[in-house]
Design a protein. Sequence first.
Length: 301
Amino acid sequence: MRLLVTGRDGQVATCLAERAAGHADLELVFAARSGTDIPLDLARPETIREAVRTVRPDVVINAAAYTHVDQAEDEPDLAMQVNGIAPGILAEEAAGCGAKLIQVSTDYVFDGTLDRPYRPDDAVSPIGSYGRSKLAGEEAVRAATGDHVIVRTAWIYSPYGRNFLKTMLRLAETRDALSVVDDQYGNPTSAFEIADGLLAITGRWRRDKAAGLGQVYHLAGAQDMSWCGFARKIFAESARRGGPVAQVKAITTADYPTRAARPANSRLDSGRLERDFGFRARGPEASLPEVFDRLAGLPPA
């Protein structure tokens, strides 16, 4: 099975490359703006069409996105082009060559006012440019092809790219104490486990070509907590390894204003994914050690 993956250097794509190395039946082709044999810039539609037509994949995984949440408030058109319009073009081209598409989306399609974890069929109502652009991408994919699966995830962390875990460890190298928001809740999710979940979907398609098509799934860590709680778990693991540690002070969202509003509740219910594909992501207590191992330069187990 040939998989075309967008966003070669992103957290999910990088972890997909590592995880797929153990699957001899998979051929992953990465497309990105630079550094690959297959150029693909989601802001340039012609490169999207050329990439899909050149690779002719069985599955397209759109793991690339405009992810600058605050900057999207000042660049809404660019965010919409990359996150909202480009996925529709990918979906059209995938349909043209008989490929399925997995669109990776986000908790930011919700407004965060619900008093329980969000289910895939709950009403969407993004509160910022980033969330609106990602929701537009979902809608564009849905309109372009039925042979798709939308996978929403949240609070991604890994040894790669930019993420909350790496920021906490970097800041702790020079600070004894950090103030972290304690009234926004979500499910910290390892990019390695997102990769595992995406591969579980493609693996199922070998046996059942119609499994989950047209559905929305949530793929998020099993434990929900605040950013403050997550920071404390990060430093507990770091301390166990003799790494950087800082005292974590709980603050409110009002104490830490940002350009873009964040959902107060980003918790996602991943039950549908577990029921349909038999995959469940673990929480940080189980998945943090693997990320720290990789940060320390240890090879995959």
